[in-house]
Write a protein that binds this ligand. Structure first.
Ligand SMILES: NC(=O)c1ccc[n+]([C@@H]2O[C@H](COP(=O)([O-])OP(=O)(O)OC[C@H]3O[C@@H](n4cnc5c(N)ncnc54)[C@H](OP(=O)(O)O)[C@@H]3O)[C@@H](O)[C@H]2O)c1
Ligand SMILES: *[C@@H]1O[C@H](CO)[C@@H](O)[C@H](O)[C@H]1NC(C)=O
Ligand SMILES: *[C@@H]1O[C@H](CO)[C@@H](O)[C@H](O)[C@H]1NC(C)=O
Length: 270
């Protein structure tokens, strides 16, 4: 019986895949190509604009800084590790950023968030793009936490960290008709074991900024980025352990990340 169902499903999915390949894929690729050419032609000139990036000391944030630097933006780089930020600042200046401000701060502290927005605006005279990118992950199951409050930093960093800086930046972004860019994750809608807290924090980010987009109307543009796996300190296994400490745990990473891929594959064939 199970075999028969499997065979029927096999035939059905092959037919569907064939139909999709012939009738849906080409128009989709054309549309994608058209939209990306539009983006290319009408892309924003960020030369001389003021861009604040949280989580700029490594990974995605660091490389966002370099992309903005190449396009001549002025940068405010925020994270806790000052020395790493200074190295990123130096490379950014070399790549073409005319002015780079380094601010060591913790996005989970509301006072520090207020301060880094204030310092950026005082230094540059305004703010054009706010990139809420700082984030941490955890890869433990709910049942494994000896003290459930150990996992609170995930929500405090990924959700509240983005909310605090946005709150203080909004008046300045309204004045410049600027943009908010926030790094959510494909985890926001993909249920993967051991990633419940991370995924929930990113689903909160997604929902919050989609609602904010409606609240703000056209005053401030909001871009929500949902990357898949991207090489960074996070994917090298830097995670919040079940004991509430940031650790480098490559075994845990190897146990969790392949499941993300199999889950993606599973969703595709279902
Ligand atoms: N890599 C992926 O596959 C992937 C996929 C989807 C989404 N993302 C998201 O992308 C964003 C960047 O992550 P990444 O992959 O580039 O990892 P990463 O290399 O570990 O970078 C995380 C950054 O966040 C900063 N940060 C962490 N806690 C902070 C705090 N309390 N205050 C200020 N800064 C803090 C870190 O700097 P300090 O330690 O110096 O403070 C670091 O600069 C995260 O939001 C992550 O969830 C990543
Ligand atoms: C981008 O903006 C800068 C500063 O406003 C200006 O000097 C430059 O010519 C602009 N570049 C393009 C390609 O429009
Ligand atoms: C913000 O900047 C103003 C100067 O423009 C300063 O008077 C004020 O104390 C600053 N506030 C914080 C929290 O840094």
């Amino acid at each position: 019986m199970k075999n028969l169902i499997n065979q029927i499903l096999d035939v059905a999915t092959s037919c569907l895949a064939f139909i999709a390949l012939i009738f849906i894929l080409p128009p989709f690729l054309c549309l994608k190509f058209f939209l990306s050419s539009l983006n290319f032609i009408f892309s924003e000139n960020v030369s001389g604009k003021v861009v604040l990036i949280t989580g700029a000391s490594s990974g995605i944030g660091e490389h966002l800084a370099y992309e903005y630097a190449r396009r001549g933006a002025k940068l405010a780089l925020v994270a806790r590790r000052r020395q790493r930020l200074q190295d990123v600042a130096e490379t950014s200046r070399y790549l073409g950023a005319p002015d780079v401000l380094v601010i060591s701060a913790d996005v989970t502290k509301v006072g520090e968030s207020k301060h880094f927005i204030n310092e950026t605006v005082n230094h540059f005279g305004g703010l054009d793009h706010l990139l809420n990118n700082a984030g941490i992950s955890t890869m433990s199951m709910l049942e494994e936490f000896p003290d459930i409050t150990n996992v609170a930093p995930v929500m405090e960093t990924n959700f509240w960290g983005s909310v605090y800086s946005t709150h203080f930046a909004i008046p300045h972004l309204k004045a410049s008709r600027g943009k908010i860019i926030v790094t959510a994750s494909s985890g926001a809608w993909l249920p993967v074991p051991r990633m419940a807290f991370y995924s929930a924090s990113k689903a909160a980010v997604l929902s919050f900024f989609e609602t904010l987009r409606v609240e703000l109307g056209g005053d401030i543009g909001i871009t929500i980025v949902t990357p898949g796996l991207t090489e960074s300190e996070l994917t090298k296994g830097k995670i919040l352990s079940k004991d509430g400490k940031m650790v480098l745990d490559q075994n845990m990473r190897d146990a969790s990340l392949p499941r993300i891929f199999s889950r993606v594959a599973f969703q595709k064939i279902r």
